[in-house]
Design a protein around this ligand. Structure first.
Ligand SMILES: [Zn+2]
Length: 176
């Protein structure tokens, strides 16, 4: 299975690149520009554009990267809104500067509308904590159909995070 991941800006490390003109891309957050030739690609990797963002496509699975596939159109906006709330809330779940950077990058670059999303263990952990925090707070009634879609993606993220933790444990074992 091939993996497609939006490329985060080399400068601000958060924004996605959008095409400016032939072979030239600009970060949608800070405006930093980068030419296609400046992206270093390994064998089996190529550049592609998805939902207007410059992405890297890899032919095979990458260790430490876990795929989550949204099954409903409301799921990406739900995750992005969850991260947005978590970022705004001073006493929210994002206590470390690295988590804030991850949450910003997920919201602005990684979590495309259609997916699938290729996520690291740290990204999944940030999502799991933000989702748990939001669930604990939000008591507004939602359409049951939409609520089920939210619940399904929350479960898919949690299950991918468990895979990531297990892979980390196995990796540690193999290294000893
Ligand atoms: Zn940038």
């Amino acid at each position: 299975m091939s993996i497609v991941m939006p490329i985060a800006c080399a400068q601000c490390r958060i924004g996605p690149y959008a095409r400016l003109r032939a072979a030239l891309y600009a970060c949608q957050r800070c405006g930093a520009q980068r030419r296609v030739a400046e992206f270093e690609l390994a064998s089996g990797e190529r550049l592609t554009v998805q939902e207007g963002r410059l992405c890297i496509q890899r032919d095979r699975a990458v260790p430490g990267i876990f795929t989550v596939e949204p099954t409903h159109g409301v799921q990406a906006p739900y995750l992005r809104a969850t991260l947005h709330r978590a970022l705004l809330h001073e006493l929210g779940p994002l206590t470390q500067p690295e988590q804030v950077e991850i949450a910003l990058r997920l919201r602005e670059a990684t979590l495309t509308d259609r997916g699938p999303w290729s996520l690291t263990g740290a990204e999944l952990g940030t999502l799991v904590e933000s989702l748990r925090w939001r669930r604990g707070r939000a008591q507004t009634a939602v359409d049951p159909h939409v609520d089920r879609a939210h619940e399904n993606i929350t479960k898919a993220i949690a299950s991918a995070y468990e895979d990531a933790l297990r892979a980390l444990e196995e990796g540690k074992g193999a290294g000893q």
